[in-house]
Ligand binder design. Structure first.
Ligand SMILES: Cc1cc2nc3c(=O)[nH]c(=O)nc-3n(C[C@H](O)[C@H](O)[C@H](O)COP(=O)(O)OP(=O)(O)OC[C@H]3O[C@@H](n4cnc5c(N)ncnc54)[C@H](O)[C@@H]3O)c2cc1C
Length: 405
């Protein structure tokens, strides 16, 4: 089965038949888990996924998607949760950059970038955070100055996930320092292989280097690489952050992941504690929260398909996801007891659990911290009073931000 044959059929396929096709395809093609560093294998798998018609299930057909409803995406997600697919390098592109280009890009940008993304030909990263601008990303100092028919970019980004593999980045830069900080920003597509771009890996406490610091030294970006409007970058950033929160919040761990409910319940059984009331209570809470979040995400996806933007409720999904990850880690700790720090070196589950424990704290920071999500939910979902803003209307140039001149 190829995308060409499945897409050409016109009317949507029967949902049960689609699920059966997905199940059969994954059974035959899902590779054994491999290190995420095998980037060529990841690209090849993404291409195969596309050819089979399972990439961009809800994306528009004019950019290579299948234009199907979220019910089909849900069916595929249910089936893929049985496996650990090597799609991680494409998460930023598929979950954040692609949907933003689809929403705000020109017709030319949509057809240039989106089909390649779906086919695994390009990997994308998100270039927002800087050493002095994370939660308050509008304080960023990377500059883009128009010079003839191109922009010249200078500055530094940090914590950029997957930039070590990226072909393109969605860059937020300051294009007018005389405007207030939110209204002098522009979003660009930057070629990560362009002269003047330097990518340096950063290690986290798990020992891996999942993110990077990036230096831009007089990097030239063509004028047609602006996403949305010049000085309209804040709108583009908010659009992407909305997609990011839904994407992170709805990311499902494969059932083979040691921090998934199924794996934790199996661990409790293996250690002979699954019958203990305290363990049962913990497992029940974990299951209930995992299920509630799953259903909340189904609702967000259905609404998105009906044209209702998730808005601030994406923050609910993101916050709930990071709290769930923390609960999973705590539950594993309580079940495993002292073994949590002294696994048998031969036991691969132990190594995977240790990696999960060391990686979990980042989930309450990446994509906006828990405090920031709570602030958004308070103001925009619950209607509580707004956080005071001391720099509203003040030109960025007059603010005392970092070392800016
Ligand atoms: C694993 C990981 C991957 C990441 N990937 C990317 C990426 O691909 N691209 C990218 O651009 N960035 C990325 N980031 C950066 C991430 O977006 C920022 O780390 C995050 O927004 C927080 O910014 P900061 O680190 O500068 O902390 P700060 O903003 O300095 O915050 C420090 C502390 O102050 C609190 N705080 C700040 N402001 C408020 C407020 N108004 N109200 C209440 N509390 C507040 C925060 O909650 C936090 O506890 C990644 C981060 C991690 C951990």
């Amino acid at each position: 089965m190829t995308a060409a044959t499945t897409i050409a059929t016109g009317s949507p396929p029967d949902l049960d038949a689609f699920r059966e096709q997905a199940r059969a395809w994954l059974r035959e093609h899902a590779p054994a888990p491999s290190p995420v560093t095998d980037i060529e294998a990841a690209r090849a798998f993404q291409a195969a996924l596309y050819d089979a018609g399972f990439a961009g299930i809800t994306w528009p057909q004019d950019v290579g998607g299948r234009g199907l409803s979220t019910a089909y995406q849900q069916a595929f997600s249910d089936e893929e949760a049985e496996y650990e697919l090597p799609t991680y390098p494409f998460t930023i592109g598929m979950g954040m950059c692609g949907p933003t280009v689809n929403d705000l890009g020109t017709p030319e940008q949509r057809t240039r970038y989106l089909p390649r993304l779906l086919r695994g030909e390009d990997i994308w990263c998100q270039l927002f955070s800087e050493p002095g601008a994370g939660s308050d990303v509008a304080s960023l100092q990377t500059r883009a100055v128009l010079d003839g028919d191109s922009w010249v970019v200078d500055g530094q980004k940090v914590w950029t996930t997957n930039a070590q593999w990226a072909d393109f980045g969605a860059l937020l830069a300051r294009t007018d320092p005389d405007r207030p900080k939110h209204s002098g920003l522009t979003m660009f597509v930057v070629d990560m292989h362009a002269p003047g771009v330097t990518v340096r890996p950063l290690k986290d406490m798990s020992g891996r280097a999942p993110f990077n610091e990036i230096y831009f030294d007089s990097v030239r970006i063509p004028a047609d690489a602006v996403i949305g409007e010049v000085n309209g970058g804040w709108h583009a950033a908010v659009t992407m952050l909305g997609h990011e929160r839904v994407s992170i919040g709805s990311r499902r761990r494969p059932k083979t992941n040691p921090l998934d409910f199924t794996a934790i319940a199996a661990l409790a059984q293996r250690l002979g504690v699954s019958g203990e009331p305290a363990t049962r209570e913990r497992l029940a809470e974990l299951y209930a929260r995992e299920r509630v979040l799953e259903l909340f995400n189904v609702r967000l996806r259905q609404e998105a398909a009906a044209g209702i933007a998730p808005g601030a409720r994406g923050s609910v999904a993101k916050l709930a996801g990071s709290m769930l990850a923390r609960l999973a880690v705590d539950t594993v700790g309580e079940i495993a007891g002292p073994e949590i720090v002294a696994w048998d070196p031969e036991d691969t589950t132990g190594a995977a659990v240790a990696l999960g424990i060391n990686s979990t704290p980042s989930s309450s920071i990446a994509g906006g911290t828990n405090e920031i999500q709570r602030g958004i939910i308070g103001e925009r979902v619950l209607g509580l009073p707004k956080e005071p803003s001391v720099d509203k209307g003040v030109p960025f140039r007059e603010l005392k931000v970092g070392t800016q001149k």
